[in-house]
Write a protein that binds this ligand. Sequence first.
Ligand SMILES: Cc1cc2nc3c(=O)[nH]c(=O)nc-3n(C[C@H](O)[C@H](O)[C@H](O)COP(=O)(O)O)c2cc1C
Length: 203
Amino acid sequence: MELADVARRRKMVRSFSTEPVPAHVLDHVLDLACRAPSAGNTGGWDAVVLAGPDETAPFWDATTTADWRARSRRWAGLSRAPVVVALFVDPDAYRARYAEPDKDGPDGELGGVDGEWPVPYWFVDGGFAVMVMLLAATDAGLGACFLGNFRGEAALRGALGVPDDRRYVGAVLMGEPTGDDPPSPSLARGRRRASEVVHRGGW
Ligand SMILES: Cc1cc2nc3c(=O)[nH]c(=O)nc-3n(C[C@H](O)[C@H](O)[C@H](O)COP(=O)(O)O)c2cc1C
């Protein structure tokens, strides 16, 4: 598929069949995500790949409540996703990388070790990796959805054995779309167009 077609076709899919994602397709999506840009080439993210209901159940237990599951129109479709990729980032890896001479010396950029990080690069990197996964999944004919980090970060780390110093970015769900998602209320806002967001030559 052409890149423009992939970008246009990509949308959040919130209802999946239970059909497993072939291992070679999943590996391809994850390999491409490793091509994402990374601040200082730190590559400070890790993906915990959960495949099949036995592995995905602890993810849902940690990140949703029984009350939400009972009320959500999306729960049935989301919970069937055969693959959940939970993405974690390592802030200390970025602090260490930006303390190296090429970053912290006179020619360096940020001095992000003792100073503030106006933008936490670990979350920027996480977002880039997620975006590549979403595009690669679309290109492979899969449906995919990113779920943000609203609750359960510590519980999720515990359930998946993730070290305490890692931050949870969110999860990419992948699988075959069933095509019957309840429409997201967010879509009613419409998408801002280039003519609305682009400021040429200044704000
Ligand atoms: C940072 C971020 C967090 C998001 N969190 C959720 C989420 O928790 N649940 C969900 O259903 N969609 C989530 N979305 C998806 C957005 O609602 C969606 O991208 C937006 O409505 C535009 O729709 P589209 O991606 O299908 O074009 C998230 C998207 C981003 C970028």
